[in-house]
Ligand binder design. Structure first.
Ligand SMILES: Nc1nc2c(ncn2[C@@H]2O[C@H](COP(=O)(O)OP(=O)(O)OP(=O)(O)O)[C@@H](O)[C@H]2O)c(=O)[nH]1
Ligand SMILES: [Mg+2]
Length: 403
């Protein structure tokens, strides 16, 4: 699963020594609460908050979420106050555990259709034009898109010539290499800890898996001793806030940390985000994540609304949001590439989460993204459970796609 590597300086620890974890003031059944430190919603365009982010944090603290960490066993109870980590804490990666295999199997299962048709190409007896034509068709069917397919074929043919390969199975090995190399630039870990708080804005079309992915990510952050504040900036939909709260609760209940929660039904999403960042600064949380709407009432333009959220977050914290994550449904094929382009043009994305790769997704769209709009893929979603969010590994993915 994850490996978490984190270095903290004294300055960082001093800045986050004591905090009060307000666990789930807004879970369903409890009265909704405005955040204690939050400014009124109308203040969204007002001056930046009075509480400064610790300056030292910017240069010194760095934490990275990387592959291969086992999720610790759940804590017995949710603490209402959590002790600060020891000064000069340096948590080295835990020993590399065995099982990424479980989810790779699930990914393989999800990509099976693609795998079957791609693998079928290599069961031919000779390497000829017919093999390449069939491969081209299979790659296009796998949502790889024209440009990436052409690139892969050209590169593959070159390598086949160079290596003087005669066995179609060896061609498959070469294609795995070419694909893994194409995908490699997308492989990047999500860093937290460089800014206090690290502010993430999560965007994507309706139903892509934003809220679910935030829930899963929160779990991993909690496991890594990060204090998390979730902002329900999807204020249009009645159930959005509750859904996020349920996910937060799940994540919270399963891990040692705790989650703060800022929401205001029907309020301006930018104002909620502004309040959340200020609350995060005041409470000394490590990560603020804003969940946004995937669809708005028709008279409003989604991108304009998201841009406004982005601008207003920057008023609460000058260099924020530090991450703008687009969640895309892996089942939507080439449409996913179109979404990456549109959201990147509007918001300048820093990373992607590609969900539902356990389903009927064909997976080739990642090659198209790598070729045409290479935004890093921080995570892939391979199921609906908390642990089903995994870091992206180019070679593993290429192997799963071609197996
Ligand atoms: N199989 C599978 N299902 C997923 C995955 N990620 C999300 N889902 C499901 O996709 C559906 C939509 O997820 P949400 O998290 O509500 O999506 P959203 O982007 O927040 O949707 P809106 O808030 O309506 O814009 C839910 O039923 C999730 O359980 C995944 O990786 N695999
Ligand atoms: Mg949602």
């Amino acid at each position: 699963m994850f490996s978490f590597f984190k270095k903290k300086t004294e300055a960082d620890d001093a800045s986050s020594t004591v905090f009060t974890a307000v666990a789930f003031a807004d879970v369903p059944g409890l009265p909704p609460s405005a955040p204690a430190e939050a400014l009124p919603s109308g203040s969204a365009h007002g001056p930046a908050a009075a509480t400064p982010a610790p300056a030292a944090a910017a240069e010194t603290a760095a934490a990275a979420l990387m592959p291969n960490r086992e999720v610790p066993t759940p804590a017995a109870a949710i603490p209402t106050e959590v002790a600060a980590p020891p000064v000069q804490a340096a948590v080295a990666p835990e020993p590399a555990p065995a099982p990424r295999m479980g989810w790779i199997a699930r990914l393989r299962e999800g990509l099976k259709k693609t795998g079957l048709s791609l693998a079928g190409v290599f069961s031919r007896t000779s390497i000829d034009e017919a093999l390449y034509e069939e491969l081209e068709e299979a790659l296009l069917m796998a949502d790889t898109g024209v440009k990436a397919t052409q690139f892969l074929l050209d590169e593959l043919k070159r390598r086949v010539r160079e290596a003087r390969v005669t066995d179609p199975q060896a061609v498959k090995g070469l294609l795995t290499d070419v694909l893994a190399e194409l995908l490699k630039p997308l492989e990047r870990g999500l860093e937290v800890g460089r800014h206090l708080p690290t502010v993430m804005m999560v965007v994507g079309v309706n139903g892509a898996g934003k809220t679910t992915s935030i829930g899963k990510l929160t779990r991993h952050l909690l496991d890594a001793d990060q204090k998390v504040l979730l902002a329900a900036a999807d204020t249009f939909r009645a159930a959005a806030r509750e859904q996020l709260a349920v996910w937060a609760h799940r994540a919270d209940g399963a891990a040692k940390g705790s989650v703060d929660f800022v929401s205001q039904q029907g309020a301006d999403p930018a104002a909620v985000s502004f309040d959340a960042v200020n609350a995060g600064k005041a409470r000394g949380v490590d990560v603020v994540i804003a969940d946004t709407a995937g669809r708005l009432p028709t008279q409003l333009h989604l991108m304009e609304e998201l841009k406004k959220i982005q601008r207003v977050i920057a008023k609460a914290q000058a260099d924020a949001p530090h991450e703008v994550l687009l969640v895309v449904d892996g089942n939507t094929g080439q449409n996913a590439l179109a979404q990456v382009r549109a959201f990147d043009d509007a918001l300048k994305l820093t990373g992607l989460v590609v969900t539902k790769l356990d389903g009927t997704a064909k997976g080739g769209v990642l090659a198209a993204i790598a070729r045409e709009r290479p935004v890093p893929v921080y995570f892939i979603g391979v199921g609906e459970k908390l642990e089903d969010l995994q870091t992206f590994n180019a070679r593993e993915f290429a192997q799963a796609l071609l197996s």
